[in-house]
Design a protein around this ligand. Structure first.
Ligand SMILES: CC(C)(COP(=O)(O)OP(=O)(O)OC[C@H]1O[C@@H](n2cnc3c(N)ncnc32)[C@H](O)[C@@H]1OP(=O)(O)O)[C@@H](O)C(=O)NCCC(=O)NCCS
Length: 194
């Protein structure tokens, strides 16, 4: 059974925690790594730069119609990660991103639960036709998580992710709305005993 999570609007305190989580080498190594100055890379915005952002800049980044950024919380209300939906409206599709920043919670189903919430939003709220993820080939837990959810391998993207001074390939995996509708009920079922 997946753990309960909920998504909420991101706050300045959440951005500060994101900045802190990304300082962890193990976290940023499976995410986008760090730049040549050692500054961890993030997608959509730079947490350290948003800490003191003006209200106008904040609105621009976090209230966009194209990139939706959500904080992920566990059942007890703790902020545990972030999810993003990058919408390509003319194509009725979106790229999804999920990060569980509190690595002591990895491999307990929180990433899967967070991604299921993002998929619900993508398909049921934004009425999209396709959701996809772009996962570097070295990120085995993320590949495993997406396969379990039902994403299908669509192709190999060459040299998309810089890490440790080298470019790595990534795998594009996609899920269509009708596939998700069929898959979702099974994902929410308790694991068979034994
Ligand atoms: C990838 C990430 C989101 C997964 O979150 P999580 O809460 O740990 O994920 P889950 O527990 O829901 O699922 C992880 C799956 O990978 C499996 N796994 C763990 N280690 C693995 C390994 N070394 N090789 C293969 N599979 C592995 C787990 O067993 C689990 O599969 P299961 O549910 O079938 O048992 C999380 O590790 C993270 O935030 N990493 C950094 C950011 C990132 O990589 N994001 C993904 C880009 S979309």
């Amino acid at each position: 059974m997946l753990p309960e999570v909920r998504l909420s609007e991101i706050t300045r305190e959440d951005v500060a925690r994101m900045a802190e989580w990304l300082q962890d080498k193990e976290v940023n190594a499976s995410w986008y790594g760090a730049d040549e100055k050692g500054e961890p890379l993030h997608i959509g915005y730079t947490p350290s730069q948003m800490l003191d952002a003006s209200e106008e800049h904040w609105q621009e980044v976090f209230h966009s119609d194209v990139r939706k950024v959500y904080s992920v919380h566990s059942a007890n209300g703790d902020h545990i990660g972030e999810g993003q939906i990058l919408i390509e409206a003319p194509l009725w599709e979106a790229q999804l991103f999920i990060l569980v920043g509190r690595k002591e919670l990895w491999y307990r189903g929180y990433g899967t639960a967070g991604l299921v919430h993002l998929l619900d939003l993508a398909f049921y709220t934004y009425n999209l036709h396709r959701a996809w993820v772009d996962i570097p080939e070295y990120n085995l837990p993320a590949l495993h998580m997406c396969e379990r959810i039902g994403f299908k391998l669509e192709g190999r993207l060459r040299g998309t992710h810089p890490k440790d001074g080298e470019w790595h390939d990534s795998l594009a995996m996609g899920l269509l709305t009708e596939e998700y509708v069929r898959r979702r009920a099974r994902l929410m079922e308790p694991e068979p005993a034994g």
